[in-house]
Design a protein around this ligand. Structure first.
Ligand code: GN1
Ligand code: MG
Length: 383
């Protein structure tokens, strides 16, 4: 069934193939026109590089919008995502000083926040933030500072949004011990079929680091670090910069705005921005954690968050930097072993290759552990 829920995210994959079939342009136009926008729709095209939802850019009445089909095999209750975004929007309006832009959700003509199509899929429409660009890689320290400032302001804004107000949109998300358990159970079923050296290398790498999976979860369970509202996916692709001034304007892709650990966001943002060869590394730049990018991000982040971020959270940032690429690598590897049911792939083997890239990043981070620790404490020292 399309909407069944329960268990870590990556267990609900049965509907994946169905979810991937692209609707015809005519069907897309009908869906877009069910929302409160001028008719007719004059252009629709695929948009962005997301690995989970299907995204289209729509033009109508001289305005551009983003139309998305929420992957129902991943998100058990898509309408909850919309109510979380609305809660964020209300909070952002109360704090105009933070200058935060949230893409506005357009209601359907029936007044709903999303549209449930006859096939059961759920669609939403948002305004496109114009004159904004995303970056393929960080090229200058100023861009890194902008990333840190934006994430810091976003987290500060979220402090006034109590975790109890937000619904869980994706159960099991960033539950690293659960991802590890899933990996181990897939592995147990694979016995005897492990003859590919690349797969074997990935499996060994993950098995050698099993203890890492529990690090943040244990600190949370012992009550050392709090559950707060987080973005969940603050990778570079999800940060919009002003085309002219270069200022970071908005964090988009708010599907995983939900209670979680702030360290997940910090680690995820750094693993994405500081590996300048990217998640799909083409081989031209070595996979490495670039401290010259991390430092300005964290310094700018600290300026925004120093007043409320706890000493325990700060002390665990180096662990988070190592954990998040490990977790993503584990998820890519597991998905490869399960037949690419979760992340979109352009070709077979892509998830395996991407797992290798995240694991190479972990290895590089491990080699720089001392420098990373020193950098973190330096960034958070009172100026
Ligand atoms: C997925 O859909 P997208 O591309 O925004 C994933 C993130 C990963 C990211 C890696 C809900 O995000 O957790 O870090 O790919 N989102 C979900 O690019 O699983
Ligand atoms: Mg996302």
């Amino acid at each position: 069934m399309f909407w069944t829920c329960g268990g870590p995210t990556e267990m609900r994959r049965e509907a994946r193939a169905e979810a991937r079939q692209a609707p015809t342009l005519a069907a897309l136009a009908t869906i877009a026109e069910a929302f409160e926008i001028p008719s007719p729709v004059v252009a629709i095209e695929p948009y962005g590089r997301g690995l989970i939802n299907d995204t289209f850019r729509v033009a109508a009445g001289g305005t551009r919008y983003v139309l998305q089909r929420i992957n129902g095999a991943v998100f058990p209750d898509p309408l909850r995502i919309m109510s979380n975004i609305q809660a964020l929007d209300r909070t952002a309006r109360l704090h105009p000083d933070l200058g935060f832009r949230v893409p506005a959700l357009i209601a359907t003509r029936a007044g709903d926040a999303g549209l449930r199509a006859p096939d059961g899929s759920v669609w939403r429409l948002m305004t496109l933030i114009e004159d904004a660009v995303s970056l393929h890689r960080i090229e200058e320290p100023e861009q890194a500072r902008e990333v840190g400032r934006l994430l810091g302001r976003f987290h500060t804004l979220l402090q006034s949004l109590p975790a109890e107000v937000l619904g869980v949109t994706l159960p099991g998300f960033h539950d690293t011990p659960a991802y590890l358990a899933r990996f181990l159970s897939v592995l147990a079923r694979l016995e005897g079929a492990r003859n590919d050296p690349q797969i074997e290398t990935g499996i060994r790498f993950a098995l050698d680091r099993q203890a890492l999976a529990r690090r943040l979860a244990d600190a949370r369970d012992r009550g050392e670090i709090p559950v707060r509202v987080i973005h969940g996916d603050p990778k570079l692709d999800n940060i919009l910069f002003d085309r002219d001034s270069g200022r970071a304007l908005a964090l988009i892709d708010l599907d995983t705005l939900q209670p979680g650990l702030i360290l997940h966001d910090i680690g995820d943002c750094l693993r994405s921005c500081c590996n300048r060869s990217g998640e799909s590394a083409d081989g031209r730049t070595a996979v490495a954690f670039d401290l010259a990018v991390a430092e300005p991000i964290l310094r700018a982040y600290a300026e925004q968050t120093r007043a409320w971020l706890s000493a325990e959270e700060i002390a665990l940032i180096p662990e988070a930097i190592r954990l998040m690429p490990f977790e993503l690598g584990l998820r890519f590897l597991t998905d490869h072993l399960e037949g690419d049911r979760y992340f979109k792939v352009a070709e077979p083997g892509e998830n395996l290759r991407k797992a290798g890239i995240q694991f190479a990043l972990v290895r590089d981070i491990e080699g720089k552990a001392e420098d990373i620790r020193a950098m973190v404490s330096h960034c958070f020292q009172t100026p």
